[in-house]
Design a protein around this ligand. Structure first.
Ligand SMILES: [Zn+2]
Length: 702
């Protein structure tokens, strides 16, 4: 009885305060989620909750930082670094959901909120980066860090935060800070302009219009009908239109027997941004290069590549240079041999010309048919989505002992999304995995892995991760389940590798837990692709969706062999672009560059042959001039060296599921990946620096 009264009083108080704060209580972002495993309560989240939650999140974050800077006590790890590291919880909570949903399940209202909130958030971040009082406290701790009896992780966190501020100019005198801010503003405008020009050059300024049937010679039916539809859309009914978008361009280059048309469309492609029209990118990129060099100088670096790579595993531009050149030396002869093989085919067909860059796709397709013929339709029945997914779960189980149990009581943001509870070998909870497989109009293209909650620590308690993988795979049709092609199968394993990284991440501080350099990011993901294509593993999961028959050896052999197709070309065109990127960003001020002459000299130095263009030429190299990959286009192949070397370690041990190596890989390269520099973590697993050989061998370059 007494208890009931107590309960009543408590309830009344709760209801009263609920009335008072009605608006706040309704907004699911204002409180810890009370769902199972604390996943976002998608069933309770309404579009109207986002903006108030952003506003409140920023307000709380500002207040948290103000209370750190208002502290009259001497700055310490506990009163400054720790609260700063844990600050912004509400803002993070709403941001995670909002930005993941705008990628995976967006609508006009969400897009509008995104446009509204993006500048507000970027101002909020700038305010923190320029907060002189906050920086002064962090600097005070940094300066006396050696005497503070901090453990290794605390020390690293202090150093990371100090460097974040320093790298954004916090140590500069006011006048130079203003210069830096002006450079950043100018750069962001130029980056946008570069991208806008490229968009116009790709989608508007060029199209190949075909008017006669004869000019369609060689093109497959589906390519022709797509071109006919494109023509109709362009108001050119009865004709055929090809554009510079890859799904239109590449099949044309592969199949068109009309060499002069192949040249015409390829010229359209490789002249983008270099046509002397209003969308020309030469002056813009020259300005970008100069401003970046000025920024590096202001911040005390020799060039912008040195500034950027300083944070990466590679550490210095010289190390990247040497790395890329070594690979180039290995790949060039293979590309030349591929060219010679193709020339032989052309000669045998009586072509009577020396192959040029616009011939590569056409003859490599012939070579592929001759040497590696792999019919996707023959493969697909063995790769139902369910079998592939169970295969990757089984691989993770064999490596790490973890299990995946489907759960149906968690809220999802779209009905097709599946959820799994991930458990350790001893049955304890590890995290939650969301899987979102199929294309929708509301989803952007591609495949990615993200999280709704990163693994972390809060008040000495571990916070469990909630990870999400989003893909755009071929959906099921009628009574045929979703059947994946080889590329999709590798993609699922790839994203799953990112997911495992997120699930296993340990570390007490947000600044370092799971936080790895750009040239490390793709190690956890790419390494999983090795297991996907291993014959022993294929036999585990690649089973015919109707009969359950295990994939025949003949098909396994084709999958393995096809991995060698055109690798000389693929590697060389990629390396050429990486070298071009690095060369631009090694320039010191004053750097007035003529992009065409600069590119020519850079490529000649790299030894590039005329028949291959860099994967991106200067005037359409969006990764480096409008995206975030300046002096960083090399990272994909850097990580490929690591993943090939890591997998080779398993293979050399005679057991691709070697539990001791799996344990070390999990601990050093996944769980503690942010604990120390990338190369140090890798060497803790591997016992030595990675070798280039496994990658060269995998690509048939050695
Ligand atoms: Zn990836």
């Amino acid at each position: 009885m007494k208890n009931r009264i107590m309960l009543l009083i408590v309830l009344t108080v709760a209801i009263m305060s609920a009335c008072k704060n009605e608006k706040k209580m309704d907004n699911p972002f204002f409180a810890e989620y009370s769902t199972p495993f604390q996943v976002p309560p998608f069933d309770l989240i309404d579009t109207s909750h986002y903006m108030p939650a952003f506003t409140e999140g920023i307000k709380q974050h500002d207040a948290e930082i103000a209370s750190i800077t208002a502290n009259a006590d001497e700055p310490t790890f506990e009163n400054t670094i720790l609260p700063f590291d844990k600050s912004g919880k509400v803002l993070k909570r709403v941001s995670k959901v909002f930005f993941n949903i705008t990628e995976a399940h967006t609508n006009d209202q969400l897009q509008k909120i995104a446009e509204k909130v993006s500048p507000i958030l970027s101002k909020h971040n700038d305010d923190i980066a320029m907060n002189a009082k906050l920086f002064a406290r962090i600097k005070a701790i940094f300066d006396k860090r050696a005497g503070l009896k901090l453990d290794a992780q605390q020390l690293r966190v202090v150093e990371k935060y100090y460097r974040d501020f320093e790298r954004q100019g916090a140590n500069l005198p006011k006048e130079q800070q203003d210069q830096l801010r002006k450079i950043n503003e100018d750069l962001s405008m130029l980056n946008l302009k570069f991208g806008d020009n490229l968009l116009a050059e790709t989608n508007k300024n060029f199209k190949l219009v075909i008017e006669s049937n004869a000019d369609l010679d060689g093109l497959p039916d589906d390519v022709v009908s797509a071109a006919s539809e494109a023509a109709e859309k362009a108001g050119l009914k009865g004709k055929w239109v090809f554009t510079l978008a890859k799904p239109s361009l590449i099949p044309f280059l592969q199949y068109s027997k009309k060499r002069e048309l192949r040249e015409k469309i390829y010229r359209g492609y490789f002249m983008r941004g270099n046509n002397g029209n209003v969308n020309d990118n030469k002056t813009i990129l020259s300005d970008i290069v100069r401003l970046r060099a000025e920024k590096a100088k202001l911040l005390g670096y020799e060039n912008i590549a040195a500034y950027i790579i300083d944070e990466n595993m590679a550490k210095t531009p010289a190390a990247v240079d040497a790395f890329l050149n070594k690979l180039m030396v290995a790949a060039l002869p293979v590309a030349k041999a591929e060219l010679a093989e193709m020339q032989k085919i052309a000669d045998a067909e009586g072509a009577k010309y020396k192959l040029q860059s616009w011939d590569w796709w056409y003859y490599s397709e012939k070579l592929r048919k001759q040497k590696y013929d792999l019919d996707e339709n023959e493969l697909k029945p063995y790769f139902s989505l369910e079998n592939v997914r169970n295969g990757m779960f089984a691989v993770a189980g064999k490596l790490y002992g973890i299990t995946f149990t489907k759960v149906t009581n968690l809220p999802v943001y779209q009905k097709d999304v599946e959820t799994f509870e991930v458990k350790e070998a001893d049955g304890s909870h590890l995290g939650v995995l969301y899987l979102d497989y199929y294309p929708r109009a509301e989803k952007r293209g591609g495949a990615w892995c993200t999280d709704f909650q990163s693994a972390g620590w809060e008040n000495d308690k571990k916070v469990d991760p909630v990870i999400s993988m989003v893909c755009n795979f071929t959906p099921p049709t009628g009574n045929v389940p979703a059947l994946l092609n080889w590329d999709e199968t590798s993609t699922l394993f790839h994203e799953f590798g990112h997911a495992l990284h997120g699930l296993f991440t340990q570390g007490k501080y947000n600044r370092t837990a799971g936080n790895v350099p750009q040239d490390y990011v793709e190690l956890p993901s790419q390494v999983m692709e090795n297991w996907a294509g291993e014959p022993e593993v294929l036999k585990m999961y690649a089973k015919h969706y109707k009969t359950g028959e295990v994939i025949p050896d003949k098909l396994i052999e084709k999958i393995v062999n096809s991995g060698l197709f055109n690798q000389g070309f693929v590697t060389v065109e990629y390396l050429a672009a990486s070298i071009l990127d690095l060369d631009y960003h090694k320039l010191a001020v004053p750097a007035k560059v003529d992009p065409i002459a600069f590119e020519k000299a850079s490529m000649a130095k790299a030894g590039l042959i005329d028949e291959i263009l860099p994967r991106y030429r200067s005037t359409y190299f969006a990764h480096i001039f409008s995206g975030g990959y300046a002096a960083g286009y090399y990272v994909y192949i850097w990580a490929a060296v690591l993943d090939a070397d890591a997998f080779d370690y398993f293979k050399q041990s005679g057991n691709i599921f070697n539990p001791e190596l799996a344990g070390k890989f999990r601990k050093y390269c996944l769980a503690e990946s942010g604990d120390d520099e990338g190369m140090i973590q890798y060497k803790k697993f591997r016992g030595q620096e990675p070798s280039l050989d496994p990658l060269l061998i995998r690509r048939g370059l050695k």
